[in-house]
Design a protein around this ligand. Structure first.
Ligand code: PEP
Ligand code: MN
Length: 348
């Protein structure tokens, strides 16, 4: 950590900072330049954050050299995290990208099963459906709760697909874990720290969506909250962010965040073009874009009858369109996987 003092800082102010850091176990190198004084502090930064040092009079700037998201950082773990499920499905590393599909909300069993059967037929690994829906308006459909989870479990038993559903309240986690394989934290809860800690204590993998206005650092710090509570199985999900232009797309998909996060973190990251764009016709091109830049999976909303869907019908793919799109995405995934393997074989 480097502390740069103000140009007119006094020796007493500098000494106060140095004493505080020494008391906190830091080794100090103190350099007096012609204009600025710089204090170089080496030690454990878990207790002393830049924020605390900024409170001292005379401190101009505090820079930390290591990423603030320690556990999520590649500095801590150079190899990709690979999450493996009991049925052998793996997410991350050199594994083929996974596909997570399903309706925004679970509505009825027959409809869900139609989607699940199509997903299975197209080689997808996960069925996803909302039981607890975070809706902007309290008058919109809020989800069927536990009944929806029962349907997910039943569809999973029927097809062998793994299941994903969003958790909104820490008190639901234990109940949800009886029915599903992966907990999702939605964009609106990315800074609900108590919920992050609660899923951090759970033994189910977690899909963490990027918040509507999360920077990449904030997104990785949200993952850090989960990791720091003991759950190493976090899957990040780029789902677009708010920007000034919302006319043609629901959000702005930050495709570059995928290779940026791959560079910064060992955690797997998937792409969600459904919430990223809000437009049916944009799902295929943006899913392809995500795969090309290295996403470890895709998440797509599919409904057996989008016109009657209780949420997100506009962006949901009807089953015939899903099958066509998925067929092409599978070809792309196969080609990219082949390419990746050849490239790594060449490097070795
Ligand atoms: C969802 O996955 O259905 C959802 C509500 O997504 P997000 O949290 O990304 O808005
Ligand atoms: Mn949705």
């Amino acid at each position: 950590m480097i502390i740069i003092m103000e140009r007119n800082s006094t020796e007493a102010q500098e000494q106060k900072v140095i004493d505080f850091l020494k008391e906190s176990g830091f080794d100090i190198r103190h350099k007096k330049g012609e204009i600025y004084t710089v204090i170089d502090a080496i030690g454990d930064k878990t207790t002393i954050t830049p924020d605390r040092l900024s409170a001292f009079d005379g401190v101009k700037e505090v820079k930390i050299i290591r990423d603030p998201f320690r556990l999520a950082s590649r500095d801590r773990k150079a190899d990709d995290t690979v999450i493996e499920f009991a049925n052998g499905v793996k997410i991350g590393g050199d594994n083929k990208p996974v596909s997570i599909v399903g309706p925004c909300s679970v509505e009825d069993y027959e409809g869900l099963l139609k989607v699940a059967v199509a997903a299975k037929e197209m080689g997808c690994e996960f069925l996803r459906g909302g039981a607890f829906k975070p809706r902007t308006s309290p008058y919109d459909f809020q989800g069927y709760g536990e009944q929806a989870l029962k349907f997910l479990k039943q569809a999973s038993e029927e097809t062998g697909l793994l299941t994903v559903s969003e958790v909104m309240d820490a008190s639901d986690i234990d109940m949800m874990c009886d029915y599903i394989d992966v907990l999702q934290i939605g964009a609106r809860n990315v800074q609900n720290f108590k919920l992050l800690h609660a899923v951090g204590k759970s033994n189910k993998p977690v899909i963490l969506k990027r918040g509507l206005s999360s920077t990449i650092t904030e997104f990785l710090l949200a993952a850090e909250h989960i990791l720091s509570y003991g759950n190493p199985n976090v899957i990040l999900c780029e789902r677009g962010i708010r920007s000034f232009d919302g006319k043609y797309t629901r959000n702005v998909m930050d495709i570059a965040s995928i290779p940026v996060i791959k560079k910064l973190s060992h955690l797997p990251i998937i792409v969600d073009p459904s919430h990223g764009t809000g437009q049916r016709y944009l799902i295929e091109p943006m899913a392809k874009a995500g795969l090309v830049v290295g996403a470890d999976g895709i998440m797509i909303e599919v409904h057996h009858n989008p016109e009657k869907a209780l949420s997100d019908g506009k962006q949901s793919l009807p089953i015939p369109m899903f099958k066509e799109v998925m067929g092409r995405l599978n070809k792309l995934s196969d080609a990219l996987h082949y390419e990746k393997n050849c490239l790594s074989a060449n490097i070795v």
